[in-house]
Design a protein. Structure first.
Length: 85
């Protein structure tokens, strides 16, 4: 096994990533930070959007066919075991 080293010009900045929580707290108390507008409520999904998110008919049909094939293989394997013993 051989280790290969690559060089890049895009390194992650490892300096200056320290957060001063005391400074952040002072800014919050003074009101220097931008306001954050949190959503009041999450909107309910409408019926139209719910219908759009349903899986397509062909994908559901494929799932049914996959299940049928799995069951057929299981039944044939069990039949072979019962016939041999």
């Amino acid at each position: 096994m051989e280790t290969i080293y690559f060089t890049t010009r895009r390194f992650v900045k490892t300096e200056g990533n320290v957060i001063d929580f005391q400074d952040y707290k002072r800014k919050m108390e003074r009101g220097d930070l931008p306001a954050y507008d949190a959503p009041e409520e999450t909107p309910e999904l409408s019926q139209e959007r719910h219908r759009q998110e349903r899986r397509p008919l062909l994908q559901r049909a494929g799932d049914v066919l996959d299940l049928a094939a799995s069951l057929a293989l299981t039944v044939s394997a069990l039949a072979a075991v019962f016939l041999l013993f």
